[in-house]
Design a protein around this ligand. Structure first.
Ligand code: COA
Length: 674
């Protein structure tokens, strides 16, 4: 924990802090090779209005980058992922230059040149002699510690490493390195800025290769050593149990050898066992298959590959955690988001179990002596929240749902983790209450995990029980004597909205909105969504009818008008401050969900119900109408909730549910027959 607070001096959630200055308006990227232009494209996509300078020593890569940008935009527009105007704005205001003097007014300069200390130092000297005193200067190095790059600078406090992953315009994580010469304020600011622009900043200690590249480089190096026992294709095939693409396939994709001399020499400072496999020096294209190709690997070879690859993965994970290079949360999510691991290394460890991990590590020590082993009991490496960040402000525990790859959609594990945090803290007198919010600026939560739904389709009992199980968090919140406030930072959909409305109060940002899209999936809100809104805010009943039956969106203003949202904030950090105030305000005075019957207006459904241009299922809507009416007429809240669970069980057995959910998972528009 001490190490964690060192890495994250302010808060784990990067958006809690007010930035010390606005987002940069003018940014330079030095180096127009592979990753530099992609970093620039991410920045222009996030804030199309910025002025971007792409700098290189020769014209050719600049011309290529220009072409790459227009190709990216064209593809996004063709696929209707981007409006034409946005595309134009992105391509506008980009300066492709070989003249460093152009960058003099930049607020931020990111160096993305070749991995060579002397070259990089020279670039920083030049940059520092041109830009203003307050310009932030960072390096995208994947391996060189910040002190070695920046110690000669006049103002090192405005520098650090910001390490992106390929493809940098899309890959979410960015490692932001904390180092003794960099100012905490600047590092906090960068952390905020990356989250503000849609990335997942990961605060990492100033160790050689940082955190995620350490995993990647050693994973690939171990694969290269295994070539004594198996072919590249066999190794990739076995590795695909854990990663989307095997190490040799990835090495081929990187067009060059990322385990370069620089990285290897640096790593060897930590011991000769980090020596690169000699074959890496002589091969730059590997003979392997496309990921997913079936390949029979003899059992003994398979076991050797599997155990060695897991050995290196676990060894690096232990080392990263024991030395405080990164947090367990970040290591686990970072490997998934940046390196394509199907599960985080600590999840893989959990699945193996303690005895198996011990066995693998013992064999690994025999085969590859010298690598780090676990320094703490197995349980310590497992003791963390996979999907939550937990911060504290003024005695209020703030739970952030962090699952950015699925817009913070709520899985069973997230539900369990939320419940665990609430239960752990509910009796602690120092904890005054709770806030629940979502990671990033876009989503509080995009709903319950739709991937889980098919398992209950067509099975009434299973569907009802699943709804009851999911409702455990809500039922716990209902009876809590300490306040819990939802801080809705963007879209709150479906199951996410069902968590928000069950909190004792809701605050929101101005970009928040609320929606029950379930009917577009042929289902209904199953965890109190058809029941709770009518009881808590009966004045909004007509709007709730339209939301539940027709997937109508409720704006944050509409939510405020009916008293559902108590305050609307300009930005994330203001919203959290409001939420903290709200917790203190309602402490000792929590309003419970009303019991008894509630009068609701008639529900009128158009002859051809539509949500946008999607024709909805009348059969599904009729089940929802029945549920809503019966729920409102129930004598107690508990009875009403059960009616809701039964309704969602009934709807789970319709053709509409089957079609709607399959269509979402197959990424197509549903066609409801009745
Ligand atoms: N469950 C599981 N995954 C979800 C999800 C959910 N409720 N909502 C979004 N995701 C995933 C998507 O599948 C996608 O994953 P992928 O990148 O692996 O394909 C990722 O989050 C990003 O979503 P995407 O649809 O590509 O983004 P978008 O900006 O085009 O659309 C939404 C965003 C929220 C409008 C859209 O994802 C959506 O309609 N989600 C379902 C919302 C819903 O019906 N919720 C109610 C369920 S109770």
């Amino acid at each position: 924990m001490d190490q964690e607070t060192k890495l994250y001096p302010s808060s784990f959630n990067p958006l809690f802090n007010k930035p010390i200055r606005p987002a940069p308006k003018e940014i330079a990227i030095i180096g127009a090779g592979t990753i530099g232009p992609d970093i620039g494209y991410y920045l222009k996509s996030a804030i199309p209005g910025i002025k971007l300078h792409l700098v290189d020593v020769v014209e050719e890569p600049l011309a290529k980058a220009k072409k790459r940008y227009s190709d990216y935009v064209q593809k996004a527009v063709d696929r209707r992922k981007m409006k034409e105007d946005t595309g134009k704005a992105i391509l506008n205001n980009i300066i492709y230059t070989t003249d460093y003097k152009e960058i003099k007014n930049c607020d931020l300069v990111i160096e993305a040149a070749t991995e060579n200390i002397l070259l990089k130092q020279k670039i920083f000297d030049t940059v520092e002699s041109i830009v203003g005193e307050d310009t932030i200067i960072t390096s995208n190095t994947s391996s060189i510690p910040a002190d070695r790059l920046f110690r000669q600078m006049k103002r090192p406090e405005r520098t650090t490493v910001t390490h992106f992953f390929s493809p940098a315009w899309r890959s979410l994580p960015v490692e932001v390195i904390t180092w003794e010469g960099g100012s905490e304020e600047i590092i906090d600011y960068l952390n905020w800025f990356f989250a503000f622009t849609g990335k997942v900043p990961i605060m990492t200690d100033n160790a050689i290769c940082f955190m995620l590249n350490r995993v990647f480089v050693n994973w690939c190096n171990e694969a290269a050593y295994l070539l004594d026992h198996a072919s590249a294709s066999q190794i990739d095939s076995v590795a695909e149990e854990f990663v989307a693409a095997g190490p040799f396939f990835v090495l081929n994709m990187t067009h060059g050898n990322p385990i370069n001399i620089e990285t290897s020499t640096l790593q060897m400072e930590e011991g000769a066992h980090y020596r690169p496999a000699p074959i890496l020096g002589s091969v730059d294209r590997w003979l392997t298959h496309r990921p997913g190709t079936k390949l029979e690997v003899p059992e003994d070879i398979k076991n050797t590959i599997r155990e060695r690859m897991l050995g290196i993965l676990f060894s690096q994970s232990f080392d990263i955690i024991d030395r405080g290079i990164g947090t367990k949360e970040d290591l686990n999510i970072g490997c998934q988001l940046a390196l394509g691991f199907k599960k985080g290394p600590l999840d893989i460890m959990r699945n193996c179990g303690e005895a198996e991990v011990e066995r693998i590590m013992k064999k690994f020590e025999d085969a590859r002596s010298g690598f780090p082993q676990a320094k703490q009991p197995f349980s310590i490496y497992q003791d963390f929240n996979r999907y939550l960040l937990v911060d504290e402000i003024e005695g209020v525990k703030i739970i952030t749902i962090r699952r950015p790859q699925a817009m913070n959609a709520i899985s069973d594990e997230i539900n369990n983790e939320i419940l665990k945090v609430l239960k752990e803290n509910i009796d602690n007198p120092a904890v005054k209450g709770f806030i629940i919010t979502g990671y990033g600026n876009a989503a509080f939560s995009a709903g319950a995990d739709i991937g889980k739904f098919p398992a209950t389709l067509g099975n009434k009992e299973a569907a009802a029980q699943y709804a009851r199980d999911c409702a455990e968090v809500q039922l716990f919140m209902d009876q809590m004597d300490k306040p819990i406030v939802a801080a809705v930072n963007g879209m709150a959909l479906g199951g996410g909205l069902e968590i928000a409305i069950r909190c004792h109060s809701i605050v929101a940002t101005k970009n928040a909105f609320f929606q029950f899209p379930e009917i577009t999936l042929g289902i209904q809100p199953g965890i109190g969504g058809c029941i709770v809104p009518y009881r808590k805010w009966p004045q909004g009943a007509n709007m709730f009818h339209e939301m539940i039956c027709l997937a109508r969106r409720m704006t944050v203003k509409e939510a405020h008008d009916i008293g559902m949202v108590t305050s609307i904030s300009e930005d994330y950090s203001d919203m959290i401050q409001e939420a903290v105030k709200e917790v203190h305000k309602i402490a000792g005075n929590i309003t419970r969900v009303p019991e008894g019957k509630v009068d609701i207006p008639e529900i009128s459904i158009p002859d051809n119900p539509m949500a946008g241009n999607l024709a909805l299922s009348k059969e599904a809507i009729s089940i929802i109408v029945k549920t809503v009416k019966a729920g409102a007429a129930a004598d107690t809240f508990a009875e009403a909730l059960e009616i809701g669970y039964q309704g969602s069980a009934e709807i789970a057995c319709t053709e509409a549910a089957k079609e709607g959910i399959s269509a979402f998972l197959e990424k197509r528009k549903p066609e409801f027959k009745k």
